[in-house]
Write a protein that binds this ligand. Structure first.
Ligand code: DX5
Ligand code: ZN
Length: 220
């Protein structure tokens, strides 16, 4: 069993003081930083690119940066984010022209690789590549926006994925992204997830240490 990790999504951070906000969540107990990249093409929203990732590295952020690419095509940005200091990169199978090639591209840069599955995307997308992955990112909202409600049937999907990983004897993390908060995180953990992305549930609170401490307590 992996140690459970809390990954605040900076999509809900204060962009006008991003470096400080990232420092603050890390000091408050966050394990890594989730970085949502949106292109207004694959998803109907636009966020930030590799320059912001390198700016955070330059500012002094040394924690793992978990890049979630909601873009198409993916390969160019995989390279740019690897150069910008990403530690982990995940992308959506629908957005990749050559799935295996893009997975290998992430690995070739020394980053951990994950596939992100939308609520309407089946686990069959993992059929020929699961053994190559470091993590699977289960989207528990439709991608594009923070602050949406958790989609309940994600729980069954996480359970099925967890059994599949265990039966195959693989060491693949399950990351869950979207609508995670103190009222559902324990249930998601019980289903088999071990990496928890939370944007609005953390950044929209006054006391990050209190919020992250509570989330951690609920999954330990
Ligand atoms: C949605 C993003 C999520 C999102 C999470 O497309 O991938 O990471 O920002 O935000 P909350 O926790 O507010 O649902
Ligand atoms: Zn995300």
């Amino acid at each position: 069993m992996f140690k459970p990790l809390i990954a605040p999504s900076i999509l809900s951070a204060d962009f006008a003081r991003l470096g400080q906000d990232v420092d603050d969540v890390l000091a408050a107990g966050a394990d890594l930083i989730h970085f949502d990249v949106m292109d207004n093409h694959y998803v109907p929203n636009l966020s930030f690119g590799p320059m912001i990732c390198s700016a955070l590295r330059k500012y002094g952020i040394s924690a793992d940066i978990d890049v979630h690419l909601m873009v198409t095509p993916v390969d160019d940005l995989i390279e740019r984010f690897a150069e910008a200091g990403a530690s982990m990169i995940s992308f959506h199978p629908e957005a990749a022209m050559h799935l295996d090639r893009s997975i290998e591209l992430v690995k070739s840069h020394g980053c951990k690789v994950g596939l992100a599955l939308n609520p309407g995307t089946g686990l069959h997308e993992l059929d020929h590549v699961l053994h190559k992955l470091d993590h699977v990112l289960i989207m528990s909202v439709n991608p594009g926006f923070g602050g949406q409600a958790f989609i309940e049937h994600s729980i069954e999907k996480i359970k099925t994925l967890k059994s599949r990983i265990d039966e195959a004897g693989l060491s693949v993390r399950i990351e869950v992204d979207g609508g995670i908060n103190a009222s559902n995180i324990a249930q998601v953990r019980k289903a088999g997830a071990d990496m928890f992305v939370a944007g609005s549930a953390i950044f929209n609170t006054e006391n990050y240490a209190h919020t992250i401490g509570k989330l951690k307590q609920l999954i330990s």
